[in-house]
Design a protein around this ligand. Structure first.
Ligand code: ATP
Ligand code: MG
Length: 244
């Protein structure tokens, strides 16, 4: 079972969109996939349902109960989340950091994809502690790079504290407008400092993506030949390559 977190403490950089699309691609490829939404915003969950039952809610973990993964399609299951998860956020007792790790020991899937909130708090720690790999999406804003070192530091801290080998699977520019003022600057900085980590594929910016997600479908599903669909398939290829 390979566990991959999609993480960046910066908000709105495309974590949920990447998690949704990657999860779907693994599932269509025949892997048994568990999606875990550990963000109280519940955005990944909203791609599948507006009425999450308590028994499928990740918050149960913080009450000492294992949630039941909800079957969302043929090969894909979801442990979802909603705003009620947020009440556990400040309860940072030691045991609470290992809730997800302990739960996943009871599960049998090929791939687990974990969507994390825009913070480095308890929920992201839960995800890091149990992950084999982290995918880091970045946008092209002026501050895109400023949090990257912090994120990598906290991954190092989790590695030191747990003795687990957590690898950064890659950094992906997840909503690229090539005319953006910062595109060249950011791409060059990344190439210089993180050459081995940077995915060659960049995901173009497109409103079509937002529309697809709004209807709970992937862009590949709605517009298979769209440039974003092509990019996602290439990204998936790179991910498979790195997992090998
Ligand atoms: P949060 O930190 O709040 O959890 P996030 O990092 O999960 O946010 P998303 O929710 O995936 O980010 O994306 C933020 C917004 O950008 C969403 O409205 C999403 O539909 C949109 N978006 C994501 N990728 C793209 C893209 N390539 N082109 C255009 N819009 C995109
Ligand atoms: Mg999100």
């Amino acid at each position: 079972m390979v566990k991959i977190s999609v993480s960046n403490q910066k908000g709105g950089v495309g974590k949920t969109t990447i998690a949704f699309h990657i999860g779907n691609m693994f599932a269509s490829d025949g892997s048994r996939v568990l999606l875990v939404d550990i963000d109280p915003q519940g955005n990944l969950t909203s791609c599948f349902t507006d009425t999450l039952s308590d028994e499928n809610n990740i918050k149960l973990l913080f009450e000492g109960i294992n949630p039941e993964p909800l079957k969302v399609n043929q090969n894909m299951f979801l442990v979802g989340s909603d705003i009620t998860l947020s009440k556990y956020e400040a309860d940072a007792k030691l045991a609470n950091f290992f809730r997800l790790a302990n739960f996943l020991k009871t599960q049998e899937f090929d791939i687990v994809i974990i969507d994390t909130p825009p913070s480095l708090g308890l929920f992201t720690s839960n995800a890091m502690i149990t992950s084999d790999y982290v995918i880091i999406p970045l946008d092209l804003s002026r501050f895109a790079l400023s949090g990257l070192a912090d994120l990598m530091n906290s991954i190092e801290k989790v590695k030191d504290a747990t003795g687990r080998d957590i690898k950064i699977l890659g950094i992906v520019l997840s909503m690229v407008n090539e005319r953006s003022l910062y595109y060249r600057e950011i791409y060059q900085t990344l190439e210089k400092n993180y050459k081995d980590l940077l995915f060659n594929t960049v995901i173009p910016e497109s409103v079509k993506l937002r529309e697809a997600l709004g209807s709970g479908r992937t862009i590949m599903n709605v517009l298979p030949e769209h440039k974003v669909s092509v990019a996602y398939r290439r990204l998936y290829g790179e991910i498979m390559e790195r997992l090998r």
